[in-house]
Ligand binder design. Structure first.
Ligand code: PGA
Length: 259
């Protein structure tokens, strides 16, 4: 059984002090379960201090982005090399990187490779915009993003890759996607991975849903076939919401095992 994965994307919120306060609350509210992995992605600034604060049995750390170059004269950037040893996961190709910062496919691909090269796990985000959806292009967009993001990833490396399906129109809007539509999208993503790497790689692949996921809809998404976890933004800023999502994930794992 694939281990469930809950990833909180805090984005550009919280000072290091506020981040520490939230972790303090989370430490009390999120029990350790072997079947659920809980990852916190604060701003780069808070990573070092949180790494000293968290119990690494309870939480793992992730970065929200990285630069694909290992080092050099790139003012303001943080490379995967600089993050290695500090985080376990790096979110790559988030829609805000792709759409607000105009990050092209080729950079996303290089970031996936940089994260793997530096011994961490990339969470590759894919998803269609509202207009792509309205034009019936969802399938095509997802295919492009998956194939391009995974280009040059070896069949050994694919084991460390997580893919997050995040429809752009659902992010930060409160308009979460219909679970039936999520199921269709995830099926396509899994099919693409199976045709690139074979059925075994697809079986091992963890796929997350993100886009206005919350404590209220967590159970519904965790029941979607092919979904292994969630990537909340807004809901991850509230300890009680995030803890409830972790609990939903544990219940879903138990249900799968017939407990
Ligand atoms: P949201 O963000 O849960 O606030 O919609 C999700 C994301 O951007 O990953």
């Amino acid at each position: 059984m694939r281990r469930k994965l809950l990833v909180g994307n805090w984005k550009m919120h919280f000072t290091t002090h506020q981040a520490s306060l939230l972790v303090h609350k989370l430490a009390e509210q999120v029990p350790v379960h072997r079947d659920v992995e809980v990852v916190l992605c604060p701003s780069f600034l808070a990573l070092q201090s949180l790494s000293l604060q968290i119990s690494h049995r309870q939480f793992k750390l992730g970065a929200e982005d990285c630069d694909w170059r290992d080092e050099g004269g790139y003012a303001g950037e943080v490379s995967a090399t600089l993050l290695s040893g500090l985080v376990s996961y790096v979110i790559v190709g988030h829609s805000e990187r792709r759409n607000v910062f105009r990050e092209p496919h080729v950079d996303t691909r290089k970031k996936v490779q940089a994260v793997l090269r530096n011994g961490m796990k990339p969470i590759l985000c894919v998803g269609e915009t509202a207009s792509e959806r309205a034009n019936g292009e969802t399938r095509h967009v997802l295919h492009d993003q998956v194939v391009s993001g995974l280009a040059n990833v070896t069949s050994e490396e694919i084991k460390d890759v997580v893919i997050a399906y995040e429809p752009v129109w659902a992010i930060g809007t409160g308009n979460s996607a219909n679970p039936d539509d999520v199921e269709k999208a995830v099926k396509h993503i899994r099919k693409d991975v199976a045709s690139l790497y074979g059925p075994e790689a697809e079986m091992g692949l963890r796929v997350l849903y993100g886009g206005s996921s919350s404590a209220e809809n967590a159970v519904a998404y965790m029941s979607v076939k092919g979904i292994d976890g969630l990537l909340p933004g807004g809901a991850s800023l509230h300890a009680d919401q995030f803890a409830a999502m972790a609990a939903a994930m544990h219940s879903s794992a138990q249900e799968e095992r017939g407990i």
